[in-house]
Design a protein around this ligand. Structure first.
Ligand SMILES: Cc1cc2nc3c(=O)[nH]c(=O)nc-3n(C[C@H](O)[C@H](O)[C@H](O)COP(=O)(O)OP(=O)(O)OC[C@H]3O[C@@H](n4cnc5c(N)ncnc54)[C@H](O)[C@@H]3O)c2cc1C
Length: 226
């Protein structure tokens, strides 16, 4: 994979405009949009800083003035720790947008873990509506971008794996992981599932879908194998 990533050009040098903490483990990075930069909601770019490159999904609509990213801070991580420290005015390199995690009209169910919400924010901000969205996070504080995605969703279900039951109820969520909701609460039917985030969740959810929702389609964007 490193060779493939290394082979992709990063023609744009852009300035950081803002870095906002969304919770104590995730932050939003806002960078200037290069002239004539275009993308489809659900696509990603390579970001490079200090000669380290990683992929990040765009968390904004193609019409947005700037480019937005939603990034998990990993204490042991290489680039995420560097990006967590960048100040407005710092320079980054980015590639053109690419990727195939693109919405196709249908009976859509979006399933995200953590910062895997990013492409669904891009969908919601681009006018895609009426979907069921499950967002799996540890605690209520990690339900960033809730207002944006909930407004566009037919049904939004926070799936909270490490939260006080009272706070889960207040948040209108369920106690447990997105896969538990899939296994126990989703009505039978034929759906288009879009899975984004933790690779282990994607593997488990795909098996459940295969067993319980025959004839459904599955589209995936794995951020890491967990
Ligand atoms: C297609 C694609 C899109 C991506 N989009 C995003 C995005 O929008 N937002 C985002 O935060 N990340 C995203 N990632 C993950 C990102 O590319 C980096 O892997 C991540 O930021 C860690 O990089 P690092 O250099 O800090 O850590 P590294 O030094 O590379 O190592 C960190 C370790 O943590 C693991 N890891 C990576 N991500 C996570 C995570 N979220 N939780 C727990 N462990 C993890 C890695 O597998 C690795 O073992 C995406 C990955 C891919 C493949």
């Amino acid at each position: 994979m490193a060779d493939f990533l290394g082979a992709r050009p990063l023609p744009h040098t852009v300035s950081v405009k803002q870095r906002n903490w969304l919770s104590n483990i995730s932050f939003e990075l806002v960078v200037e949009k290069p002239r004539d930069f275009t993308f489809l909601p659900g696509q990603k770019v390579l970001i490079e800083k200090a000669e380290v490159q990683r992929e990040y999904s765009l968390a904004c609509s193609p019409d947005a003035k700037d480019l937005h990213f939603c990034i998990r801070f990993l204490a042991e991580g290489t680039l995420s720790t560097i990006l967590a420290e960048v100040q407005p005015g710092a320079k980054l390199k980015i590639s053109e947008a690419y990727g195939f995690f693109i919405y196709r009209p249908g009976n859509a169910i979006f399933i995200a873990t953590g910062t895997g919400i990013a492409p669904f924010v891009a969908y919601a901000q681009s006018g895609i509506q009426g979907f069921l969205l499950l967002h799996g996070v540890a605690s209520v504080e990690d339900l960033y971008f809730r207002q944006i995605v909930e407004k566009a969703a037919k049904h939004y279900v926070p799936c909270l794996s490490d939260e006080d039951p009272g706070r889960v109820q207040e948040a209108g969520g369920i106690v447990g992981r997105v896969t538990e909701y899939l296994a126990k609460s989703l009505s039978s039917g034929v759906y288009d599932f879009y899975l984004c985030g933790n690779g282990a969740m994607i593997g488990e959810a795909t098996c459940l879908i295969d067993r319980n929702f025959p004839d459904s389609r599955v589209f995936t964007e794995s951020f890491f194998s967990g």
